[in-house]
Write a protein that binds this ligand. Structure first.
Ligand SMILES: [Zn+2]
Length: 567
């Protein structure tokens, strides 16, 4: 750490700075063996000289709810971010979540209410950037092509002048074209940009909290997993991509070392991921399964199925076939289908919603990344047919039983590992925004909401297909003067991050936070000197009025998500 001043020079108590470093989708399954092999020396030092624990994510284990729970200390039933999309789709086109949907303040909002300063870099749901917290650079869920993603606005020209090819995001078009070389080079180069950006802010901004996040690893793990993993069914043999994911960890480790040098002595450090990662072997096309199991009906089913049967065989033939049977959504598919992108193009609910016969549908999945199934409930869904009460309970029970009994015919293994009712997972005033049932798939299975050729499809047929999956457990590492040394803790909850960061900063926590201060990570002398303080009045939510998104903004967020293969 540098020789920078620890106090503020006025004789006031020293500032209790915290550096939070986010590495989206990081997993100890990969990191610990690489630490043991000596290729990640900085992470190794933090683990040896600090504490570490698996960090249990939200359900679904997804970027927007995961990071929001980390930063608010609450479950989605309180903070209201369940998915990339807003609450219940109700059979209509989903719209992306925005910061205006948040119902709980995030750590940097709280820090600002204490008159302290934050640097918040590349966190999800931070567009438009809020100058009121200090420095903010917007992260994922920012409309594609946005230019005003830095606050204060004048900082952007400084960063552009100092950092070659300064920019917001990777170019998803490379992925769309199946150009993995350019996509990889772009991703590594963006990490260089983000590292220089963070170092500039750490050195030049006034800060008490710095929360810097990198989303790039999540993208790389989704698309490069099979090249690394010799046990993956789509492993192509040794080749130029096999070390991509390891090399990104090395680049991150080097960035982390520079952050640690740049922060003043006395800074505590918290490193986390929002969820982990695992191999993805099989897509579970849940809408196919729902149709086969007679929970869902499609209009023109025969035509749709004939068209779908051609999928994955020949994209051009499929387009001809679909055109010949007159399916309305063909024009949207054509440009990508010609590039051989049919399976992903069909994975979005938006593209099949018009095909659903709601008068014969009892359950559906509006967004598989949200892991949820909705009952087509009378009085809630626009064309609901299932009555609340006994009939609803029967549908829930039947869905649960049949999902848990479902086996992959090739392996005999269960496809679904757990099915939860909404009320068993979400607590709080916005819990109704979650789906009726939350489905946890087996580790190597990823649920998608589109129609496939059949209910289970092998992943990794094309270069643009994901072969890395999200896993529930991410990572937590804490290190610094107030942190115990060299301890491995049992699994902790992602909601524990916000209260722990507030405690380390010497600030009170809110009474309705679901997370707790991780006292077993902290030194006894610090705990003795600073009892945990709980607010009598909860912290205020920032004014949501500044977060109105236009229809064009929403479409550009949708474009961003589609570009990354999320929908
Ligand atoms: Zn994530």
């Amino acid at each position: 750490m540098s020789d920078g001043a620890n106090g503020n020079g006025s004789g006031a108590p020293p500032r209790r700075r915290v550096l939070v470093v986010g590495l989206d989708a990081a997993t100890f399954d990969l990191i610990l063996p690489w630490v043991d092999a000596g290729v990640l020396p900085t992470l190794g030092r933090l683990i040896r000289e600090g504490v570490h624990a698996p960090l249990r994510s939200t359900l679904p284990a997804l970027t927007p709810p995961g990071w929001t729970s980390a930063a608010t200390g609450r479950n989605p039933g309180k903070h209201n971010v369940f998915n990339f999309y807003r609450g219940r789709a109700g059979g209509l086109q989903p719209t992306p979540v925005t910061p205006g949907d948040l119902r709980s303040p995030r750590v940097w909002d709280i820090v600002a209410q204490h008159g302290l300063k934050s640097i918040v870099l590349r966190m999800p749901l931070t567009y438009p950037p809020q100058e009121s917290v200090g420095v903010m650079v917007s992260g994922i869920m920012t409309p594609k092509g946005t230019e005003d993603f830095v606050a204060p606005a004048s900082l952007k020209s400084t960063l552009e002048a100092r950092i070659p090819r300064y920019r917001m995001e990777v170019d998803a078009e490379n992925l769309r074209q199946g150009d993995l070389d350019t996509f990889r080079a772009d991703a590594f180069d963006l990490q260089r940009v983000q590292t220089e950006e963070a170092l500039h802010c750490l050195r030049h901004a006034d800060w008490d909290l710095c929360w810097v996040m990198s989303h790039t690893l999540d993208k790389l793990q989704h698309f490069f997993w099979r090249y690394m993993d010799r046990t993956h069914p789509a492993y192509p043999g040794p080749g130029p991509y096999e070390d991509t994911i390891r090399d990104f960890h090395i680049a991150f480790d080097q960035a982390l070392a520079r952050y640690l040098e740049a922060v003043p002595p006395g800074t505590n450090v918290v490193l986390l991921s929002d969820h982990g990662s695992a191999p993805l072997h099989t897509y579970f096309c849940v809408m196919n399964w729902l149709a086969d199991a007679r929970f869902l009906a499609l209009r023109d089913e025969g035509a749709a199925r004939r068209g779908l049967a051609a999928m994955g065989v020949d994209a051009k033939a499929l387009v001809r076939r679909l055109k010949s049977v007159g399916l309305g959504w063909v024009p949207r598919l054509v440009p990508r289908a010609l590039k051989g992108q049919v399976p992903q193009a069909m994975s979005s609910f938006n593209k099949i919603a018009g095909r659903i016969d709601w008068s014969r549908t009892r359950a559906y999945c509006p967004s598989a990344p949200g892991s949820g199934l909705w009952v087509n409930l009378k009085g809630r869904e626009p064309e609901g047919i299932v009555s609340p009460g006994a009939e609803y309970e029967r549908v829930i029970a039947e869905l649960r039983e049949r999902l848990l009994a479902y086996r992959d015919p090739k392996t005999g293994e269960p496809v679904v590992s757990a099915v939860h009712r909404r009320e068993d997972i979400y607590r709080g005033p916005h819990a109704e925004g979650g789906p009726d049932l939350l489905v946890e798939t087996a580790r190597t299975v990823c649920m998608i909401e589109g129609l496939g050729r059949k209910s289970l499809m092998a992943a990794g047929k094309g270069p643009e297909e994901r072969t890395g999956n999200h896993a529930r457990d991410g990572i937590l590492v804490a290190y610094g003067p107030d942190v115990r040394r060299g301890e491995t803790l049992p699994t902790r909850a992602i909601e524990d991050v916000a209260p722990t960061v507030l405690y380390l900063m010497g600030l009170p926590i809110d009474a309705d936070m679901d997370g707790v201060v991780l006292t077993d990570a902290l030194r006894p002398e610090r705990l003795a000197a600073q009892p945990i303080a709980v607010n009598a009045e909860p912290y205020a939510l920032p004014d949501a009025g500044s977060f109105r998104y236009s229809a064009d903004d929403e479409q550009r967020i949708q474009d961003m998500l589609e570009g990354l293969g999320y929908v």
